[in-house]
Design a protein around this ligand. Structure first.
Ligand code: G6P
Length: 207
C-alpha cells in the first residue's frame, strides 16, 4: 500500500527523521530505503543500530508511539483521496471488470485507517495489515495470508511492491512480482513499472 498505491512513504520518512533527530541520529533518503515495507518495531531497531544507540524495550515502545503520533498528524492533515497514485483506480477497476481478485498486503498497522481515508476499500477482496501478521517482510507471511483469504494459489498471484524487502517477500512466497520503481533497486522483480498508468490486465496476464 504505502509507496505503491499511495504516496505516504514521505510521511513515514518525515516522522522517522524527526524521531532520529531527537536521538542525534542522522538518517537520509538512502537509509530510508531499508525502512520501507518493514514493521514499526523493526524500523526502530534499524535506526538505533544505525546510530549505535541502545534502548530498553519500554523506551523503544515509547519512541515508536511518538513516531506514530507524528505520522498520524501528517495523515490527518495532509492525506486525501488525491494521494492515490495516478493510474491506480483505473487499473483496479479494470481488474474488477475481469473478475481478478485483489488484496492489500501491508506491514502497516495504520492501513485500515488510511484505506478508509483514501476511499479505496471497495476495490479489495481482502486486506492484510500489520495487526494481522507477526513476521516482517522479507518473510512472505503478509502475502501468503492475503492469497489464502482470496483463495488463490501463491504461484497465481502477482505482487506489486516498491520495497526491496517486499519484492523478496513475494519471491520467498513463490509469487510473481512487479516492482513499482527503479529496476536498479528492485532487481529481483519480474519487471518494473514507474507508474500504474503503464499497467494493463493484458500485461499482468503475461506473468
Ligand atoms: C509500511 C511502510 C513502512 C512502515 C510500515 C509500518 O510497510 O512501507 O514505511 O514503517 O508500514 O507502518 P505503521 O503504520 O504500522 O507504523
Amino acid at each position: 500500500m504505502d509507496g505503491v498505491l499511495v504516496s505516504t512513504e514521505i510521511y513515514h520518512f518525515k516522522a522517522w527523521k524527526r524521531l532520529a533527530d531527537t536521538l542525534g541520529i542522522s538518517i537520509d533518503e538512502a537509509f530510508n530505503e531499508n525502512l520501507k515495507g518493514v514493521s514499526r518495531s523493526v524500523c526502530i531497531d534499524l535506526i538505533l543500530k544505525h546510530g549505535g544507540v541502545e534502548k530498553t524495550q519500554a523506551e523503544k515502545d515509547a519512541l515508536a508511539a511518538k513516531k506514530n503520533a507524528w505520522f498520524l498528524e501528517y495523515v490527518q492533515t495532509e492525506i486525501t483521496p488525491a494521494n492515490v497514485y495516478p493510474g491506480v483506480i483505473d487499473f483496479l477497476q479494470a481488474l474488477k471488470r475481469q473478475g481478478i481478485k485483489t488484496a492489500i498486503g501491508s506491514a502497516s498497522k495504520n492501513a485500515p485507517l488510511l484505506i478508509d481515508k483514501l476511499g479505496i476499500r471497495d476495490y479489495f477482496d481482502a486486506i492484510v495489515d500489520g495487526n494481522m501478521i507477526t513476521k516482517a517482510k522479507p518473510n512472505p507471511e503478509v502475502f501468503l495470508k492475503g492469497a489464502e483469504m482470496i483463495g488463490v494459489k501463491p504461484s497465481q498471484c502477482v505482487v506489486f511492491e516498491d520495497a526491496i524487502s517486499g519484492v523478496e517477500a513475494a519471491k520467498n512466497g513463490g509469487m510473481h512480482c512487479i516492482g513499482v520503481g527503479s529496476e536498479k533497486k528492485l532487481t529481483k522483480a519480474d519487471f518494473c513499472i514507474q507508474s500504474f498508468t503503464e499497467m494493463t490486465v493484458e500485461r499482468l496476464q503475461m506473468l
